[in-house]
Design a protein around this ligand. Structure first.
Ligand SMILES: *Cc1c(COP(=O)(O)O)cnc(C)c1O
Length: 308
């Protein structure tokens, strides 16, 4: 059922389809076995009143990396899908929206045995999506818990690929956290180090230095990379490091990065306030610069914007 936030038109296999007709067959392989790949991208209204997709090139590069990791074949190019995204945003007359590309297998394949390089079908949907953690979460910080679920091991899944099937762990972890009255889950990796949230990467600030887990068990976030580059541009030292739960409790600041959460401070972990329980100055500065960047107000990073 469509909601008010949804688009009227969805791009499917090169065609603009009305929302209510954008359907797949009940026997679609991806629906049964999680053999799909997706992306999450945002388009922002820029300071000059135009609309720009944030880091479209990098998102579709990762989309194709995920498709390749899963062993699917996608007949489109990165520039085809960037163009399709721009067309879809424009067709729906969104000034700002979330963009959801999906590559999936249809009902022509039954059972687990995939043919070599099966052809993925592609759809691109858009919808209006405000603050993922609410306005309050974004300004005052959110409360999270260490999840009882762990991020998949490198031998159980493909942690660097954004797979639909991989998201079952994220959904269970997020539900566990919200049932406990918290905003989000934090998953540890199989070795017990901090990995990431259910759909966002984590940063820790200690003594003005910024740390984040290495790309091993985590999804290599485009927002994570943006924060990395913005922080360096602002003169901070940023480095990848294994982080323990103990270090979280002693952090000066913690925050999440992701297309959905953007930059969101964390004010509490496992019912313990982080520092004084309020978003710290570096988190706030990075958040502010991130929002300026997506609105085209940081010239250094203007090449990240693709105007629709
Ligand atoms: C998509 C995703 C992220 C965030 O990536 P962005 O490119 O910044 O949106 C982080 N973790 C997981 C598990 C994800 O699926």
């Amino acid at each position: 059922m469509a909601t008010n936030a949804d688009s009227q038109i969805i791009w499917m296999e090169g065609k603009m389809i009305p929302y209510s007709d954008a359907k797949v067959h009940i026997l679609s392989h991806s629906l049964h076995y999680g053999t799909g790949v997706f992306e999450g991208i945002r388009a922002y209204r820029t300071a000059d009143g135009r609309t720009a997709i944030f880091r479209a090139e990098e998102h579709f590069q990762r989309f194709f990396d995920s498709i390749r990791a899963l062993g699917l074949h996608c007949p489109y190019t990165i520039s085809d899908l960037i163009q399709a995204s721009c067309d879809t945003v424009r067709a729906n007359e969104f000034k700002e929206c979330y963009i959801r590309p999906l590559a999936y297998l249809d009902d022509s394949i039954r059972g687990l045995k995939l043919p070599d390089n099966p052809k993925a079908l592609v759809a691109i949907a858009t919808w209006a999506w405000g603050k993922y953690m609410g306005d309050d979460g974004q300004t005052k910080g959110i409360r999270i818990q260490t999840s009882t679920y762990r991020r998949a091991d490198v031998s159980t899944s493909l942690p660097l690929a954004k797979l639909t099937g991989g998201y079952i762990t994220s959904v269970l972890a997020r539900r566990e956290a919200t049932k406990n009255g918290l905003d989000e889950a934090l998953l540890l990796d199989p070795q017990g180090f901090v990995a990431e949230g259910s759909g966002e990467n984590l940063f820790l600030v200690k003594n003005k230095e910024i740390l984040t887990p290495p790309v091993q068990f985590i999804l290599p976030g485009i927002t994570r990379d943006s924060v990395f580059q913005i922080a360096k541009h602002l003169g901070y030292s940023v480095r990848e490091a294994n982080i323990t739960r103990n270090q979280l409790y002693l952090a000066d600041e913690l925050f999440f990065s992701g297309t959905a959460v953007e930059v969101t401070p964390i004010r509490e972990v496992d019912y313990r306030p982080i520092a004084d329980g309020r978003p710290g100055p570096i988190s706030r500065q990075l958040q502010e610069t991130f929002f300026k960047t997506v609105q085209g107000e940081v010239p250094r990073f203007n090449s990240w914007l693709r105007y629709v």
